[in-house]
Design a protein around this ligand. Structure first.
Ligand SMILES: NC(=O)c1ccc[n+]([C@@H]2O[C@H](COP(=O)([O-])OP(=O)(O)OC[C@H]3O[C@@H](n4cnc5c(N)ncnc54)[C@H](OP(=O)(O)O)[C@@H]3O)[C@@H](O)[C@H]2O)c1
Length: 241
């Protein structure tokens, strides 16, 4: 039995991951604010409110006390792009909510996951769904670029801590490429004054450059089967195709 905790599973890439993984040999926990089309066991949690996270993790690990499993993975997939604008036009509340959802909450989930699986000797993995924007700067996306870059470097640093542990957790960052989800709809709906690259993203859609979430999810799952994954490394989806 393999256990997966997937955040942002109500739609898009997280939904596709939850659906592909929801088979008899796996136990899937899907975490988001809305249930949407999430597969597996749904747990409601608003990751912009990090005080909800300890209760969520206590509940999941209490349920797992009666389950015999040989692998457990946390997939930090939930994420937001907004506010899409030059930073002087973002409010303090928007900035805090963004950094909380994209960085602080995955960090808290990582901390609790490691605490709760410390004595577990078998496979333990944390997979952060990152983005090319973590390494390329885009005007209008300063919070997204920096929250994702921060999460990637957080994972690299925690991987170094884990290398010193008897039963280490493997942490990797995956940039999934262009995926045809609501997040891309949101990008295309912006005005160029807020997102100067918007026309390029409209062309990606028109030219069929956006990949279906299910296809990308399958590539990610295939990649996770690789025996040569390196703890702390960043992978781009082309390496998994
Ligand atoms: N689409 C792309 O082209 C692309 C490219 C690179 C990277 N990514 C990354 O891939 C991941 C998935 O993106 P997507 O395109 O599938 O986005 P999406 O369609 O907008 O889905 C986002 C998911 O995150 C959840 N979420 C957002 N805010 C949340 C909150 N406060 N608490 C709990 N859950 C929350 C949403 O669920 P609820 O609204 O129900 O809470 C939803 O399930 C993100 O990390 C994104 O940065 C996407």
């Amino acid at each position: 039995m393999k256990v997966y905790i997937i955040t942002g599973a109500s739609r898009g890439l997280g939904q596709a991951l939850s659906e592909l993984l929801n088979k008899e040999e796996n136990l899937v926990y899907s975490v988001s604010r809305n249930q949407g089309d999430a597969a597996g066991i749904f747990k409601s949690c608003d990751l912009s409110k990090p005080n909800q996270i300890p209760g969520l993790m206590d509940e999941i690990f209490k349920e797992l006390e009666d389950v015999s499993f040989d692998s457990i993975s946390l997939v930090n997939n939930a994420g937001m792009l907004s506010p899409i604008c030059s930073i002087e036009n973002a409010s303090g509340e928007q900035i805090i909510s963004h950094i909380t959802t994209n960085f602080s909450s995955p960090a808290i989930l990582t901390s609790l996951f490691i605490q709760k699986t410390q004595a577990f000797e078998k496979e333990k993995r944390i997979v952060n769904i990152s983005t090319g924007a973590a390494v390329t700067a885009y005007p209008g996306w300063s919070l997204y670029c920096s929250s994702k870059a921060g999460l990637e470097h957080f994972a690299r640093s925690v991987a170094e801590e884990q290398k010193m542990q008897e039963f280490p957790v493997m942490l990797i960052n995956i940039a999934p490429g262009l995926v045809d989800t609501a997040m891309q709809d949101e990008i295309r709906s912006k005005e160029s004054k807020d997102f100067p690259n918007v026309e390029r993203f409209r062309e990606f859609k028109e030219n069929g450059n956006l990949m279906p979430p299910k296809r990308v999810a399958q590539w990610i799952l295939d990649g996770l089967e690789r025996a040569d994954l390196e703890n702390g490394r960043r992978y781009v989806i082309d390496e998994f195709k």
